[in-house]
Design a protein around this ligand. Structure first.
Ligand code: EPU
Length: 339
């Protein structure tokens, strides 16, 4: 059901816990419902607008003067099932981890390494959420959107979503042109544990071997050990993306810092560095200025230590970016969307 809120407080709708408000927030369940509303009132898309999912990857630098569309539809529908796989249609308002839990409960593979990533299903393809060697784009068949120019349904096949490391077409060519209303996934029934990243294999072993449940529990255990709970300390997970650099840049840094982690990138000519390592090595881990800070266990995560404003967090982010460029000659970009 459509619900419209004027001057909606957003403190409980963004994981940084920034105390701002939106002129208007519109909750919708389904594509058709939203289309009908927008068709009946053209002013809704005339001014500033954006989509607010779980609010887990957003930093509000100020009040939002415009309309936020907030999907709340939570239906999961099985659209096809055979001995090998299951295909599902998931509405955008489902909490991502509830979908992972659903998959693990049904013994289907593909989402388990993405356990406990905060956020909604509709937000997952936008930044192609990823963790422990898996990205959501690998399980997506297509993304259903409402095209805001034509007010028609546009279903974009995964092959056309330009999925990359924390990247998709929704951040670029389709930015501000579509509203994601549902995602179609395909998950496998054949066991395919992916345990190569970090401590995942050891942790899964400790729990009794690579069953879906154990992998999910291992990921949850590793994540909760490193990442602050947004219900306790405001944060948006990784604030920065890991920088992708040329092999020459990485090898000259590696000569200076032999312990620096280096990972493969989508582009074979390039490699990915660990922004957390760079920020940590630059001396920022555990930093606090009383309002904003850098998490003690994971330097990639900026935290709201009390009543930080969006500007406080941004100022800290900026200082860190400058320092990392100065010390390592590498630019780290924000992963979080700044509004
Ligand atoms: N590291 C440090 N100090 C730190 C943090 C990291 O030295 O303070 C080092 C680690 O020891 C490790 C390397 O940097 O050698 C990478 O660290 P980690 O495995 O913790 O992963 P990450 O690159 O910091 C990425 C994702 C996380 C995801 C993990 C696991 C990005 C921007 N972040 O973090 O995603 O959970 O890998 O796959 O790619 C998120 O996007 O919000 C997020 C939490």
């Amino acid at each position: 059901m459509i619900k419209v809120y004027e001057n909606r407080k957003l403190r409980d709708m963004n994981s940084f816990g920034i105390d701002v408000q939106a002129d208007r927030l519109i909750e919708f369940d389904s594509h058709d419902e939203l289309r009908d509303l927008l068709a009946s009132d053209s002013s809704l898309l005339a001014g500033r607008w954006a989509v607010l999912g779980g609010g887990n990857n957003i930093l509000f630098s100020d009040d939002f003067h415009g309309t936020l569309f907030h999907p709340v539809g939570k239906k999961i529908t099985i659209t096809h099932e055979d001995d090998d796989s299951i295909e599902i249609h998931a509405e955008a308002g489902i909490e991502w981890d509830n979908l992972v839990d659903w998959c693990v409960g049904r013994e289907v593979w593909g989402a388990e390494n993405l356990s406990l990533i905060p956020g909604s299903v509709g937000a997952a393809p936008v930044q192609n959420i990823g963790a422990y060697g898996t990205e959501v784009g690998q399980s997506i068949r297509s993304v259903e959107t409402l095209c805001t120019d034509s007010l028609t349904k546009m279903t974009i096949a995964a092959a056309h979503c330009s999925f990359g490391y924390r990247e998709s077409i929704f951040k670029h060519a389709l930015r501000g042109k579509t509203i994601i209303t549902a995602v179609n996934f395909s998950f496998s029934k054949h066991p395919a544990p992916k345990l190569e990243y970090g401590d995942l294999e050891a942790e899964t072993k400790r729990l009794g071997g690579p069953s879906l449940q154990n992998i999910r529990q291992a990921v949850i255990h590793i994540r909760t050990g490193k990442l602050p709970d947004p219900k306790v300390t405001g944060n948006a997970g990784s604030f920065f993306k890991n920088p992708v650099v040329g092999r020459d840049v990485a090898s000259s840094l590696k000569n200076r810092y032999p312990d620096m982690p280096v990972y493969p990138a989508h582009d074979p000519e390039k490699v990915k560095l660990a922004a957390g390592w760079l920020i940590d090595r630059a001396g920022w881990k555990g930093f606090s200025n009383g309002k904003a800070g850098v998490h003690q266990q994971q330097a990639l995560v900026l935290v709201n230590l009390g009543n930080a404003t969006g500007a406080d967090i941004l100022a800290l982010a900026h200082d860190i970016q400058l320092d990392v460029v100065e010390k390592f000659g590498v630019r780290i970009d924000t992963e979080v969307n700044i509004f």
